[in-house]
Design a protein around this ligand. Structure first.
Ligand SMILES: [Zn+2]
Length: 1112
């Protein structure tokens, strides 16, 4: 101890004082090491408006004990719920929220990463420093670091927080239960080598972290603290700070706050000698049944970890070639056969010492019948790689692009920078290369490539076939997610076929397979003429405006990269005329993309991308990236659109894919689906998937052939060209669209006007949608309050401020305290005339119950706002103003800002500055008035619309199918089991006598159930009073959590404080006016009964945007 005190005062050691960095990176860097072995990277960025820090602790789910899966993850959740220095549970979040900040954390296999961002400066630093004593030198960063550091110095693990966060973890797991990504990943883990921690279940659940340990008599909280004490050692932590302060100042803060972290000199965990799949797990075929309809083939190979080969990154050479999509590639071949829609390949390191190389193929229906031949093709291609020595020119192309990409890399968001770098620091890169190491290829190492290729062998492989149809029976279920699967040995015949393929000679292979050609899209002209400007322009100029075309242009004056973005809107009412025309357009788009795939792949890997999609009000093309070869790609896209040849086989595959996409959306998470219904109810026009699905089956290839020329016959062209482009370039790109597609003009009077509904004062609408997935247990609610015209600056300002004020309390109340569910969002709605506020929750609790909780929350929030001091109110205002005025991070962010205002036809390019001005004007009185009129549940003028997504296995549904006697039996079984685990041998007969008069199905039965249990325990001999009390406490939680699954709704929460809260809440509820709830059953009739918002109007005369100044 005394030694560490001595050390503590020693100065940090300088490890590196600059990093290899992109050409335009004006940040400065320093790497230091504290006496406790904590390594920290400091980043000084004089212009950043957000400061951020991230700590990566080198421990994760691989270190979970076998009998407590999810422990590392749960420790992550709990460790920022109160520390010795800042014991209040939400102190950290509240502080961050006050300064426009936010925080997050994640747990991976060998890392737990904590990070936050916060305003880099505070406009009311004075008041802040008075109230917190923390905002040193006007920087909220200082106070945030102080709180952040304490998680690693002295977290409290308050019993209360532990219990509640375990439920958050449980809800997080439940959210993933029906997700195929999680299910398939876990199945791969569960069927891996049991000696390798890859087999762990990482998330954890209430069962693995609470019920099971309790039943073994384990003190959960102690386990958490033990885990933390064992693994959280300073020498295994990497810290990154990014702020406006000087490197010296940040260094002094790191010493001040982080030098106290204990160092127990833990060695890094490695798994060098244990393969992820042992002999036992290889040469197998796994058949997996997915929740959503999908067909996939995966080849997984054990692979060595290449951590130390950071100069050559050997696996990238062959993942580039195996994953290639151009002529000669595996994908081009199996696509031409009609077997596949996509393919990807790469090595993934799961921990120091072990990795997996995977090849993933998205199969078509026909491809599923031919999965063995697909695998054969992959090995035939691998035989080409083995036969031809590693080609240096292929590597050189890759190396060249990696250098260009790194050289012109633009700054990323502060928090992304810190959390990514903190995890990079766990790897053995020379510190000078922390930025460039993962990105840049430096050395062609033919031997290492050949060695790596040697692992891609059939005997070192296992296959996974994902399909709902094949083989039709799955005899096993995965433990954690219940995924149905079946495992078989690869048949001798199949294995031999693959081995032959892997050693095939040229004459045995399809001649279509070969290495790619040289890539024509690699940019060669990378100059940027940097011109000095006093201030960057806030809007593009309108450089062409006639009956056919509007072209907007801005030559980049902020980022100075050899890149550009060109957006082309082809405005036509035909696309969205009916669900049928939409479906036809969608198929057309997909067929064009399909036809372009081989060609555009080279462009894509050279940093030049295109998209073709449908965005109201029509078709939309975007081309972005290095501008050098941009017009070549655009021309090819336009020609493919014009000359598309609709092939029957591609049509069939594409149609099948789209129809699967529609079907699968019904199996998305409820909160992922809810937006579509909300959107549909609010917008005057538009349709939902269910309507498209009806139209799709009848569509033929001939329909597309006759439809698309009509779609392209008449439209208006609107272009935004932004970046390293001259005005002439922008005009030339516009000409390309006109001269290739030759559309007839679409007069402005034919343009559709986008409108939304206007909800009447005092309304209370509910739209219910039953969810399709029978196994899903989660409901969701989107609770929306309509407040007026979204184009009104005043209303926008108030809604933005409300979002800021509500965010942290909503999360704290609805998620942290009430544990309604893992997903809790709130925010403003500002879309096409509809101005409003929403709260969204996904939960096992019923939407009716959630609605009541939301209204109680809104009542409390109103009271909180009324009590705001002037300072608090102003702090919220400046927080949201800072957020609005945050600096643009890169070219694309600026492009998409312009594009938004062009697309919605308001041309309000300076919107954020206007918002900031309007927010400044809001007085507390104004705001409270607004709240009391539009938000507060007691307001008679409030207009509400809620969408309820109902899980099939909802409490109500269960209640319908369960008799009261069954409910009681289930409850007694639960309690009997519980008493066993609490070491009290239950007497079933006596227990059921005590419960004879308890009405389980009554409203809020928790109290009466606990009372009956208490009466029973009173008669159990030799039971200490303390034990009784503790047992009853745990029982109360268990009962409250379990009753819903027996079809009983639980409203009241546990302890006394909350019981008083409940009484208060009953009083509050009495003040709500009686409103008539209207259930929307006919959406068309609902919309017909309402008025519509106004459409968008330009904020300025368009002529004011026209170019009058000198040529740029
Ligand atoms: Zn989590």
């Amino acid at each position: 101890m005394s030694e560490s005190v001595l050390h503590r005062d020693a100065p940090p050691i300088l490890i590196e004082n600059d990093l290899e960095r992109p050409a335009l990176d004006d940040r400065s860097y320093r790497v230091i090491k504290l006496p406790n072995e904590l390594e920290a990277l400091l980043i000084h960025d004089p212009d950043t408006d957000m400061a951020s820090a991230s700590m990566d602790v080198n421990v994760g789910a691989f270190s979970d004990s076998d009998d407590m899966p999810g422990l590392a993850h749960a420790v992550e959740h709990v460790s920022f719920m109160g520390t010795e220095k800042y014991p209040k549970e939400n102190d950290y979040m509240e502080y961050l929220s006050r300064y426009n900040g936010s925080s997050n954390a994640y747990t991976s296999s060998t890392s737990t990463n904590y990070h936050f961002e916060v305003a880099a400066t505070s406009s009311n630093s004075k008041s802040a420093s008075q109230s917190n004593g923390a905002a040193k030198s006007g920087s909220p960063f200082y106070g945030a670091l102080d709180r952040f550091a304490q998680f690693f110095v002295a977290p409290l693990f308050l019993a209360d927080s532990v219990d509640r966060e375990l439920r958050a973890v449980d809800s997080e797991h439940k959210k993933n239960l029906q997700s195929d990504v999680w299910r398939e990943a876990q199945l791969d883990k569960s069927l891996a080598n049991p000696k390798h921690p890859y087999c762990h279940f990482n998330t954890g659940s209430f069962k693995t972290l609470h019920d099971d340990p309790l039943s073994r008599g384990v003190n959960i909280r102690n386990e958490f603290m033990k885990f933390w004490e064992t693994h959280y050692s300073a020498n295994r932590m990497k810290l990154v700070l990014l702020g406006r302060e000087s490197l010296d100042e940040m260094e002094s803060w790191v010493v001040e706050f982080f030098a106290d972290i204990r160092n127990t000199d833990r060695a890094q965990y490695r798994w060098d000698d244990v393969p992820i799949y042992s002999e036992k797990e290889l040469k197998k075929v796994l058949y997996v049944k997915p929740v959503k309809e999908s067909r996939k083939l995966r080849l997984s190979f054990t692979y060595p970890d290449e951590e130390d080969l950071y100069e050559s990154h050997p696996s990238r050479y062959f993942s580039h070639l195996i994953g290639h999509e151009g002529p000669g590639s595996i994908l081009a071949y199996i696509k031409a056969k009609g077997w596949a829609n996509g393919l990807s390949a790469g090595a993934y390191s799961h921990c120091p010492g072990s990795a997996i190389f995977t090849v993933d193929v998205r199969l078509t229906e026909d491809g599923l019948n031919h999965y063995q031949e697909v695998a054969q093709t992959i090995f035939q291609y691998i035989s080409i790689l083995n036969e031809r020595c590693p080609q240096e020119w292929v590597f050189d192309e890759m190396k060249g692009m990696s250098e260009v990409d790194f050289r012109f890399k633009q700054k990323s968001q502060a928090v992304r920078t810190t959390n990514r770098l903190a995890s990079v620091m766990q790897r053995p890169y020379p510190r000078k290369w922390l930025l460039s190491g993962p990105a840049v290829l430096r050395k062609f190492d033919a031997r290492a490539i050949r060695r790596g290729l040697g692992y891609l062998h059939p005997k070192n492989c296992r296959l996974t076939v994902v399909s709902q149809e094949f083989p039709g029976e799955w005899d096993q279920r995965e433990k954690w997610y219940g995924t149905e699967y079946k495992v078989e040995d690869m048949s001798q015949e199949f294995l031999e076929m693959l081995q032959e393929a892997a050693q095939s000679a040229q004459e045995d292979r399809p001649s279509e397979l070969h290495l790619p050609h040289r890539n024509e899209f690699i940019p060669t002209r990378l100059e940027v003429q940097k011109k000095s400007v006093s201030e960057p322009a806030k809007a593009p100029r309108l450089i062409r405006n006639d009956e056919n075309v509007r072209t907007w242009h801005k030559r980049d004056d902020r980022f100075w990269v050899p890149k550009a973005n060109v957006y082309i809107y082809m405005r036509t009412p035909l696309l969205n005329l009916s669900p049928k025309t939409y479906v036809l357009s969608l198929l057309y788009e997909q067929l064009v993309k399909d036809a372009l795939n081989e060609y555009s792949y080279d462009a894509e890997i050279s940093g030049l991308r295109y998209t073709l999609s449908d965005i109201d009000p029509g078709l939309f093309i975007a081309v972005g990236g290095y501008d050098d070869k941009m017009s070549i790609l655009l021309e090819k896209v336009l020609l493919s659109m014009r000359d598309l040849e609709v092939r029957e086989d591609r049509f069939k595959i594409t149609k099948e894919r789209i129809s699967r996409f529609f079907r699968n959306q019904a199996y998305d998470s409820p909160y992922g689906q809810i937006g579509q219904y909300a959107w549909w109810l609010i917008h005057a026009d538009g349709w939902i998937n269910e309507q498209y699905q009806v139209e799709l089956p009848d569509v033929t290839a001939d329909d597309i052939r006759t439809f698309f020329p009509r779609l392209l016959e008449q439209f208006h062209i609107e272009v935004l060209a932004h970046g390293n482009l001259h005005k002439e370039d922008a005009l030339r790109l516009t000409d390309q669209v006109e001269s290739i597609l030759k559309p007839k003009k679409l007069p402005q009077s034919h343009w559709p006007i986008e409108r939304t509904v206007v909800l009447p004062q005092g309304c209370d609408y509910i739209y219910e949608h039953p969810l399709k997935d029978p196994a899903n247990v989660n409901h969701a609610i989107k609770y929306m309050l309509y407040c007026g015209d979204s184009y009104s600056r005043e209303l926008r300002a108030k809604l933005l401020l409300l979002k800021q004020v509500a965010k942290e309390p909503a999360f704290n109340q609805l998620r942290t305290k009430e544990q309604l569910g893992y997903v809790v969002f709130s925010g403003e709605m500002l879309s096409r005339g509809f101005g409003g506020f929403y709260v969204l929750i996904q939960s096992e609790k019923s939407p009716d119950y959630l609605e009541e909780r939301i209204e109680l929350f809104l009542t409390k929030l109103g009271k909180m706002i009324a009590k705001f001091t002037n300072e608090e109110f102003e702090a919220h205002k400046s927080s949201i103003i800072n957020k609005r005025l945050e600096k643009l991070k890169d070219l694309s962010q600026e492009s998409s800002r312009f594009a938004t205002h062009i697309r919605n036809e308001t041309f309000d390019f300076e919107c954020v500055y206007n918002d900031a001005d309007a927010i400044r004007e809001i007085s507390k009185e104004d705001f409270l008035n607004f709240y009391n009129t539009h938000i507060d549940p007691t307001s008679p003028t409030r207009a509400k619309l809620a969408v309820h997504m109902l899980a099939q296995s909802s409490v109500k549904e269960i209640a319908k199918n369960i008799k009261p006697s069954e409910q009681k039996t289930a409850l007694l079984e639960l309690l009997t089991e519980f008493l066993f685990t609490a070491d009290i041998t239950p007497d079933s007969k006596k227990l059921s006598t005590k419960f004879a008069n308890v009405d389980v199905a009554a409203n809020d039965p928790v109290d009466s159930v606990v009372d009956a249990l208490s009466a029973y325990l009173a008669n159990v001999p030799d039971l200490e009073e303390a034990k009784v009390k503790k047992t009853l406490e745990s029982a109360r939680t268990l009962i409250a959590v379990s009753l819903p699954s027996m079809g009983v709704e639980v409203k009241k929460l546990g302890d006394d404080e909350e019981a008083t809260g409940a009484r208060e809440e009953d009083e509050l509820k009495k003040s709500w006016p009686k409103r008539e709830q209207i259930y929307i059953t006919d959406v068309q009739a609902f919309k017909a009964s309402l008025g519509l918002s106004r459409g968008p109007i330009s904020v300025k005369e368009l002529s004011e945007f026209e170019d009058s100044g000198p040529k740029l």
